[in-house]
Design a protein around this ligand. Structure first.
Ligand code: RB5
Length: 157
């Protein structure tokens, strides 16, 4: 697969080793920055990767900041993106299997490199289950449609 990766200063130290790890698994990895560990703004890098993935220029994205939270908040606002902060292998599995996640957001400060390698490995290998989860993911994605008026206040009530 082709993977886009980026970080801010909080995730910078893990960016190169994770890129190398994904390459060792046979993936093509595009480093979208930053080029130094200087303080920078995570939304700029989340935006770059999310738009690249949403445009179909990469199959998946990996974003690393201090917590992963700011990256996920930003990436999820880009239409077509399903991003989440993942801190455990089990969540990585379910993020792919149930949510068909396409942008993985991880913490450079609270998760070790070894744990993040394990999470990345699952993110790149676990298949999307589809089936009963497909309708739910379709419902997630309808929020991208500006013409969607919402489900109202009394659905299923
Ligand atoms: C930067 O200090 C920090 O806020 C950032 O890396 C990230 O944790 C944001 O969610």
């Amino acid at each position: 697969m082709k993977i886009a990766i980026a970080s801010d200063h909080g995730g910078f130290d893990q960016k190169a080793p994770l890129k190398e790890y994904m390459e060792s698994l046979g993936h093509e990895v595009v480093d979208m920055g930053p080029g130094t560990a200087d303080r920078c703004d995570y939304p700029d890098y989340a935006d770059k990767v999310a738009r690249y993935v949403a445009a179909g220029k990469a199959d998946r994205g990996v974003l690393i900041c201090g917590t992963g939270i700011g990256m996920a908040l930003t990436a999820d606002k880009v239409p077509g993106i399903r991003a989440a902060v993942i801190q455990t292998p089990q969540f990585a599995e379910l993020f792919r299997e149930h949510n068909n996640g396409n942008v993985l957001c991880i913490s450079g400060r609270f998760s070790t490199l070894d744990l993040n390698k394990e999470i990345v490995h699952i993110f790149l290998t676990q298949e999307w289950a589809g089936g009963r989860h497909a309708i739910r993911v379709e419902k997630v994605m309808r929020e991208d449609d500006p013409s969607f008026q919402g489900v109202g206040e009394d659905f299923g009530a």
